[in-house]
Write a protein that binds this ligand. Structure first.
Ligand code: 1HE
Length: 264
């Protein structure tokens, strides 16, 4: 099934046995999936209006690159006030990705740069293939990140690495990028989407409340002082374990009907 979206540069389809996985595709390959205003607003709308049947999402890019970042063609036309509003528009859209209804897995290949890296960093899991490379060319273009990158990217790779990338134009290849923390999975070229979809199917099979806790409670707990974090964790744990689905799943394990943890 395909849904019509406001921008022709972004597509939404559904995959999985029960159409429970949303597949969001940046679809502007001639411009390397550079993100213009219409596209960022459509991204926000897609996550805001996600059908309740969806349990996980995958974001990927059409063509040879995931995303070349902000459409620099539109940048030239903004003054300072408009620039502020524009950045806040990106924040609102990527907030919907990070704190929306379902976990989001980014399938990365080719350029993952500027706003493309900011989008990837708002996702919950990143799978990269060997063609992926990461950069923040804002540094050399005389601008700054504006899509939440200064908040989210240091959480993946640390402030020192991000500062170096922006000051020197350093580009991380796929292997170094995985080691630095950009991606959690590194797969052969051409396989990122397939791997992301397989992970989405596993994520979609979790109890929805567990996924909610991971998306909404964990990042907040991680920002809290330890004493408050422990308390919030206890609240979330109590709520999750009291859900009927948790009781059913634990009983199934005790009765030998659920999968064991296996390293294979
Ligand atoms: C673009 C953009 C773009 C490509 N805005 N038009 N981002 C950047 O600074 C990345 C700039 N892009 C690149 O470095 C390269 O394009 C790539 C490494 C991504 C791909 O290289 P390549 O050789 O495959 O493609 P290309 O020939 O450079 O580009 C193909 C076309 O896409 C070309 O347009 P054409 O009309 O001449 O065919 C490019 O101009 C166009 N294009 N990237 C506009 N970004 C919320 S704040 C976020 C801040 C930022 O993200 S700053 C942007 C950082």
């Amino acid at each position: 099934m395909t849904l019509k979206t406001p921008s022709k540069d972004i597509q939404l389809e559904f995959a999985g046995k029960h159409q429970e996985i949303a597949v969001v595709r940046l679809s502007r390959p001639a411009k390397r999936n550079a993100v213009n205003d219409a596209l960022v607003l459509s991204l926000r709308d897609i996550f805001q209006n996600m059908p309740a049947s969806v349990r996980a999402a995958v974001i990927h890019g059409e063509g040879a690159h995931f995303c070349a970042g902000l459409d620099l063609g539109e940048l030239q036309e903004r003054d300072a006030g408009q620039g502020m509003l524009h950045s806040r528009m990106w924040h609102a859209a990527l907030e919907q990705v990070q704190y929306g209804p379902v976990p989001v897995i980014a399938a990365l290949h080719g350029a993952v740069v500027g706003g493309g890296l900011e989008l990837a960093s708002a996702c919950h899991i990143r799978v990269a293939d060997k063609s992926a490379f990461y950069a923040l060319p804002e540094g050399s273009r005389g601008i700054f990140v504006g899509g939440g990158g200064s908040v989210r990217i240091p959480k993946l790779i640390g402030v020192a690495r991000m500062t170096d990338m922006m000051l020197t134009g350093r580009v991380y290849n796929a292997e170094d990028g995985e080691r630095a923390g950009f991606a959690q999975y590194l797969v052969p070229e051409g396989q990122a989407f397939e791997k992301a979809l397989a992970l989405a199917e596993r994520v979609a099979a979790n109890a929805p409340l567990t996924n909610y806790a991971l998306m909404h409670a964990l990042p907040r707990i991680a920002e809290q002082p330890a004493d408050q974090g422990f308390f919030t964790e206890a609240l979330m744990a109590a709520i999750a374990q009291s859900a009927p689905e948790a009781k059913t799943r634990v009983r199934a394990f005790l009765e030998g009907k659920a999968n064991k943890v296996s390293k294979d």
